[in-house]
Design a protein. Structure first.
Length: 255
């Protein structure tokens, strides 16, 4: 069931979203050659603590996972697409990093992700990240009252496929509210004019995931969480929590 949020609830979700935005900003600022992924996780934990927020990631265990998630961020590097577990790995010059973070505040959740490079960027990585950001912007622009879920999916997929990038079939965006993952699912590829109609009060986490090699194939790493490209090519992940309103889409996790 899709819950329509009141305007007051959307304001509360904005507060949670701003905590996520601050955490991602702090993590990106701290990310440098030699810094470990565990250290980046601690940066995000500190932002959550200061805000009086908790993490919807920490201890989360969906049906596909053998163990609960042990961190407050997903840190996916290079050929890792999403769900990377922070480890003692220290960032190297030229790494492509995707950070996903959530916050629970006042009973409401926020969820957002960014991709960036560390040190000297590869031109191909810059193009990949730009395409991910363009796909996210296209999806947000389509998140208007009167459109349908398929319009968001089609907008994202058009940018991704137009750039020659791959898309994971089984993962995409989702509804969000009291819980991090709610109905409806929001695919990253689809047909316009299809699916659930968008209404004022719906709140969605829109999140393109792009595979540089153009293939859609991926696999789970031995940790049971990290999803990696089959061809070893790099990946990028961007995400915002977006409220659909009569005045247009409102990004609740804007940084």
């Amino acid at each position: 069931m899709v819950e329509l949020k009141t305007d007051t609830s959307i304001e509360s979700m904005y507060e949670a979203g701003q905590v996520v935005g601050r955490a991602l900003t702090a993590v990106q600022k701290a990310a440098d050659v030699g810094v470990s992924l565990l250290e980046l996780d601690e940066v995000a934990r500190e932002v959550l603590r200061e805000a009086g927020a908790t993490s919807p990631f920490l201890g989360y265990r969906p049906t596909f996972a053998n163990t609960p998630f042990p961190a407050v961020i997903c840190a996916s590097v290079n050929d890792a697409i999403v769900h990377g577990i922070p480890t003692g790995y220290r960032l190297r010059d030229g790494d492509l990093v995707s950070i996903d973070c959530g916050a629970q505040l006042g009973g409401w959740a926020g969820d957002s992700a960014i991709s960036f490079t560390v040190g000297r960027p590869r031109p191909a990585d810059v193009r990949l990240i730009e395409a991910a950001e363009q796909a996210l912007a296209a999806g947000i622009a389509a998140a208007v009252v009167g459109n349908r879920i398929g319009d968001i999916a089609h907008a994202i997929g058009t940018v991704c496929r137009g750039g020659g990038y791959g898309i994971m079939d089984d993962f995409g965006g989702h509804g969000i509210g009291h819980r991090m993952h709610e109905d409806p699912p929001v695919p990253n590829e689809g047909r316009p004019g299809r699916g659930l109609a968008l209404r004022h009060g719906m709140v969605l986490a829109i999140e393109p995931m792009l595979i540089a090699g153009g293939t859609d194939e991926y696999h789970a790493a031995p940790d049971g969480w990290t999803l990696k490209t089959n061809d070893g090519s790099r990946a990028a992940h961007t995400e915002h929590t977006v409220a659909i309103t009569d005045a247009g889409p409102r990004v609740l996790t804007a940084r």
